[in-house]
Write a protein that binds this ligand. Structure first.
Ligand code: XMP
Length: 515
């Protein structure tokens, strides 16, 4: 953001919801950034902060592990809202009393209003809210008024309207608090007087500015997979530093039909990027020859990838930074350790683990964003809609969709069948309605009859699932007409296939992929 952009600072005390708070605020067209819990007030002033939110966290303000913000933040003259642990921190620092509650308050609760307050404006009592706490505020600091209570918390919502300090014991940012968004809006617009003029395009400008600042004249390398995240980072970094960026695309021979061509068309022809495409098909197939065990296949694919990528990077010349499409859900939170709040995170290596002797500084410009925000950013940067909204594709590619041994012939059959499925899903409008749809090569020959000839050919399985986060999934109920067309086309158009079957297993106990 430019320094004049109104920013709501979310101070991270280690809650698993910290980024969700920031995201909810961005959904309200206000820019929000996560800072470490102990960020100095002077730094927040520089960032043009117009409101501060203290997140929840796993610690207890009563324990040895308690963590506190810079006390100066309460003297900045900007509104402060404490959520859960954030409320307790504020209560304790400003002279109130926090104590262990005799019983934990966890899950859905009833919030009853006792007075009118800025945060609950426009809402009716009672409200359903979501709690997760063991301690509670037992005495408010001077100047505060109790606005609402739950069964277990007399001070579930408090405010000091004069100093513009607010607190709530429950979590407004989670979906289980149905009117949470309204409460956040009340804070942003009613209390902080935000203008609500933030857009993804301004965010893109800021990211580009930040990348230029960070990288200077140095060179950056990026492992481009053609997936959403690495593609968006490629477009973003290229916009920032142009030819200082080199993208490396490794064709492992396990890609979908025409994947390499598409990547070349978009990134080399359209964006005019430095793009190195490495055709490593033979290297992968050789390493995978005769291997049938799924875990061994995955390990080999990962290992060969690292070697090929390493060679390609060496050939591309010296680079100082490695750009990665790490996004927020990739980030591993260390919520169990309050000394390391969620912002101190372990990087997820999209390139599958880097060799030890490759010393790069990491550039991870979209690490604060959720997947759908990344897609919107990609649209801003001019990436094709189809590329941004395609289904997830596993790192080992078709390697985990050819069950058993991987051969060039099997991959070719699968690619053709998969392309047909894809076309028909798009044409029927079902592609956008499901989480994933793909084909699996089943290494079984069955008897068939084509014309008057007996055939003895392979089986293709169709897998189409609905899911929210891939942790659980259910098979999609696709109209028979669409399935019939897919099956008919695959059997007629793909040589070597005489049978198509539909996978109707849910996850668990099955997984989405077959291997
Ligand atoms: P499973 O098969 O475990 O897959 O139900 C869950 C989701 O993860 C994707 N998947 C992967 N993604 N690297 C990835 O980036 C992988 O090795 C990998 N394996 C599975 C799968 O497509 C599904 O969306």
């Amino acid at each position: 953001m430019t320094t004049s952009t109104q920013t709501i600072a979310v101070l991270d005390f280690g809650s698993q919801y910290t980024q969700v708070i920031a995201r909810r605020i961005r959904e309200c067209s206000v820019y929000s950034r996560v800072f470490n819990y102990n960020v100095k007030a002077s730094e927040l002033r520089k960032a043009n902060v117009c409101g501060i939110i203290l997140s929840g966290g796993p610690a207890s303000v009563l324990g040895k592990e308690a963590i506190f913000p810079d006390k100066e933040i309460f003297k900045m003259g900007v509104p402060v809202l404490g959520i859960c642990y954030g409320l307790q921190v504020m209560g304790k620092l400003l002279g109130g009393k926090v104590a262990k509650s005799s019983q934990r308050e966890y899950g859905s609760g009833k919030l009853t209003f006792k007075a009118t307050g800025a945060l609950l404006k426009g809402l009716k009592s009672p409200q359903r809210v979501w709690n997760s706490h063991g301690d509670r505020l037992e005495k408010m600091p001077a100047g505060f008024k109790a606005i609402a209570q739950t069964d277990n918390s007399k001070y579930a919502v408090i405010e000091d309207a004069k100093r513009r300090f607010y607190g709530m014991q429950f979590h407004p940012e989670v979906a289980h608090t149905p009117k949470g968004k309204k409460i956040i809006e009340n804070f942003l617009y009613g209390v902080c007087k935000c203008k609500g003029d933030w857009k993804m395009s301004t965010y893109a400008e800021q990211l580009i500015h930040d990348i230029r600042q960070q990288v200077g004249k140095k060179k950056v390398i990026l492992g481009l997979s053609g997936g959403v995240d690495s593609s968006v980072v490629a477009a973003l970094v290229h916009k920032a530093i142009g030819k200082q960026l080199t993208c490396v695309f490794v064709d492992n021979g396990l890609m979908r039909l025409n994947e390499r061509k598409q990547v070349e068309k978009i990134f080399r022809s359209h964006f005019k990027m430095n793009l190195k495409c490495v055709n490593a098909t033979q290297r992968f197939l050789k390493a995978l020859k005769g291997v049938t065990d799924p875990e061994r296949k995955r390990k080999i694919i990962g290992r060969v990838f690292v070697r090929v990528f390493e060679d390609a990077v060496k050939n591309a010349g010296q680079a100082d930074y490695l750009a990665q499409g790490t996004i927020y859900p990739d980030v591993i939170e260390s919520a169990a350790n309050p000394a390391k709040p969620a912002a101190v995170i372990k990087s997820h290596h999209n390139v599958g683990g880097l060799p030890k002797d490759m010393k790069f500084k990491l550039l991870e410009p979209i690490r604060e964003l959720f997947k759908d925000e990344v897609r919107v950013l990609g649209e801003e940067l001019g990436l094709p809609h189809d590329m941004l909204w395609r289904h997830p594709f596993p790192g080992p590619g078709l390697g985990v969709r050819v069950a058993g041994e991987i051969t060039a012939e099997r991959l070719n059959i699968l690619r053709k069948a998969d392309d047909i499925l894809n076309q028909e899903m798009v044409k029927s409008g079902w592609y956008a309605k499901v989480w994933q749809s793909f084909c699996v090569f089943v290494p079984v020959r069955t008897v068939g009859v084509m014309g008057d000839e007996r055939t003895y050919d392979w089986v293709i399985a169709i897998r189409i699932v609905n899911s929210v986060d891939a942790m659980t999934a259910d098979w999609s109920d696709i109209p028979h007409k669409v399935l019939a067309r897919i099956s008919n086309r695959i059997i007629n158009e793909v040589k070597g296939v005489n049978r198509v079957v539909l996978d109707i297993s849910s996850k668990p106990p099955a997984t989405i992929e077959w291997e």
